[in-house]
Design a protein around this ligand. Structure first.
Ligand SMILES: [Zn+2]
Length: 315
């Protein structure tokens, strides 16, 4: 049987999991730490979201009229208070994307990883959110462009993606985009059609510590699949670094949301976990979830059920 749907992992350690088509290694997540490439794994690089670099060079942070893009949710407390910008949902510090040093640093890393690994995935290759970035350099570049503000931002994001594409030697390029199918252009500078010229696959992170309402995720997957002119993968949250196991999605929720997303016609489903062992734990729990799998039979997401069936051979 020809399978249309691909399955992948999104891991924080350079050890691949079994039983999937692709393993992505987060060589540089938004924490800003940089690992070593694994030639058996595709490489994910968070570009402008970089806590370590922001700490080293706070002057490189992107700015809005409502303050700089320092994270809040994940920031360590200072005197009992989490610092950071309360006006936005910033999960990491976001550097200005027109900063030449930041661009050069990331493009060099991307090029190096592309030489050593089978494919590249990039995240946070866009503006922090609406209102960013109004640093003097961005305002001057915008003024010189003669474009309106939103067109200039979209052009800046697209041109960065073109630079990435030009330095990866024809390796497949997976482009992560934050999950706003309606206002992505105004908020992050996404011009979906222009980006599709350089992206081989779009990846929509759908991270949540619980999936009690699969209806919403299914709707988002359907929306992106209808709008994007390249294959679409979604990324589901199994268990991230330092997570309390009681505060992560249940296996039942993950299987249900995966089946509901699969039936929208997306091209791939990725599972985020800290390590290959966490994926293995999930795979084992999935294989044992016979009642849930029986319920999900007939929903139209058979490829997920077939995947779990193949996972039986791992144990
Ligand atoms: Zn700027």
């Amino acid at each position: 049987m020809v399978r249309n749907l691909k399955f992948a992992t999104f891991l924080y350690q350079p050890e691949p999991a079994e039983g999937v088509d692709i393993n992505f290694y987060r060589i540089k997540p938004e924490s800003g730490t940089v690992g070593k490439p694994n030639p058996k794994m595709y490489t994910n690089i968070a570009v402008f979201g970089d806590n370590a670099m922001a700490q080293k060079h706070p002057e490189w942070i992107s700015v809005s009229k409502d303050g700089p893009s320092f994270r809040r949710l994940t920031a360590p407390k200072v005197n009992g208070i989490k610092p950071g910008n309360k006006k936005y949902n910033l999960r990491w510090d976001v550097l200005c994307m027109t900063n030449p040093e930041v661009r050069e640093y990331n493009l060099t890393l991307i090029e190096d990883c592309a030489r050593q690994t089978p494919g590249i995935s990039i995240s946070s290759q866009h503006f922090a959110d609406h209102g960013f970035c109004v640093c003097p350099r961005c305002v001057e570049l915008w003024r010189q462009s003669g474009l309106n503000w939103y067109d200039w931002r979209a052009q800046t994001v697209t041109e960065f993606l073109k630079e990435v594409k030009d330095c990866i030697g024809g390796k497949p390029l997976y482009v992560n985009m934050l999950p706003d199918p309606v206002l992505g252009r105004e908020r992050f500078g996404y011009d979906f059609d222009a980006l599709a010229e350089y992206a081989d696959v779009f990846v929509i992170p759908m991270f949540s510590k619980a999936y009690p309402s699969p209806w919403y995720w299914e709707m988002l997957a359907r929306a992106f699949k209808s709008k994007l002119k390249k294959p679409v993968f979604t990324n589901l949250y199994v268990r991230g670094p330092n997570d309390d196991p009681k505060q992560v999605p249940t296996t039942e929720q993950l299987l249900t949301v995966a089946v509901r997303i699969a039936r929208t016609g997306v091209d791939g489903i990725i599972f985020l976990a800290e390590t290959a062992q966490r994926i293995r734990d999930f795979q084992k729990a999935a294989v044992q979830s016979t009642n849930v799998l029986a319920e999900l039979d007939g929903y139209g997401g058979d490829e997920v059920i077939d995947l779990v069936s193949r996972w039986k051979s791992l144990f």
